[in-house]
Design a protein around this ligand. Structure first.
Ligand SMILES: C[S@@+](CC[C@H](N)C(=O)[O-])C[C@H]1O[C@@H](n2cnc3c(N)ncnc32)[C@H](O)[C@@H]1O
Length: 205
């Protein structure tokens, strides 16, 4: 099955709070974003944001320049429906991050929880990195959460590339300066333990 069809089918198969990656609140992401001290109008992108509650929380915190990119239209539709009128304040991109060409210097923050690790082919990771390096402003921030080596080898029926800190740093490249990192255990709604590696980088091209 093609990538887009896979994800469309996933979001059409179960309520979003029964999907493996569901968390009622992306606490680490929110705390780390808060401590970056961004102005409320600074542009932020959530790559592979799905239907996660991060956007509800960022809007409540007053962030006003938010882009959500996801390959699955049903995920974006779920999030739009939940946000109601507030959804008009968000810029929506239904796209594959390995295919779209994002604009230059467009974002101060790039957030990715559980998307990059699905890119198991080098050419897809390179396309992701090209977008990241073009669209993130110099001095901007990357917050990324991937499966850690202890996590299962698959998620949502797809193989994942698991990362330790060295591998993630090497894969992202020397332009990304590590600011902080932590391991975080996520337990899926079905009770499966998934260890994440969460990192914050500063983009210093
Ligand atoms: C595991 S979910 C994580 C969703 C959300 N970030 C969260 O933490 O709740 C992965 C998300 O990435 C999206 N996705 C997968 N591959 C993608 C790609 N190549 N480009 C854009 N989105 C993608 C999926 O549709 C899905 O919403």
């Amino acid at each position: 099955m093609r990538r887009r069809e896979h994800w469309e089918q996933v979001y059409s198969s179960k309520p979003s709070d029964r999907l493996g990656w569901y968390k009622p609140r992306l606490q680490t992401s929110l705390e780390w974003i808060t401590t970056l001290g961004l102005g409320p109008g600074e542009p932020v992108i959530d790559v592979g944001g799905g239907a996660s509650t991060l956007i509800d929380d960022l809007l409540d915190e007053g962030y006003s320049s938010i882009t959500v990119l996801d390959i699955a239209e049903p995920a974006l539709d779920l999030l739009k429906a939940r946000l109601g009128e507030k959804s008009t304040a968000v810029n929506w991109l239904c796209a594959d991050i390995t295919r779209i060409d994002l604009p230059e210097n467009a974002f101060e923050l790039w957030h990715d929880r559980a998307v990059f690790h699905f890119l198991t082919e080098a050419k897809d990771r390179e396309r992701y990195r090209e977008n990241l390096c073009r669209a993130l402003r110099p001095g901007g921030h990357l917050i990324i959460g991937t499966f850690a080596p202890e996590a299962p080898p698959k998620c949502s029926g797809l193989p994942v590339q698991r990362y330790d800190l060295d591998l993630l740093r090497e894969t992202l490249g020397k332009e990304f300066e590590l600011q902080r990192h932590q391991k975080e255990m996520h337990v899926t709604p079905g009770g499966v333990e998934q260890m994440y590696l969460y990192c914050e980088f500063r983009f210093a091209p």
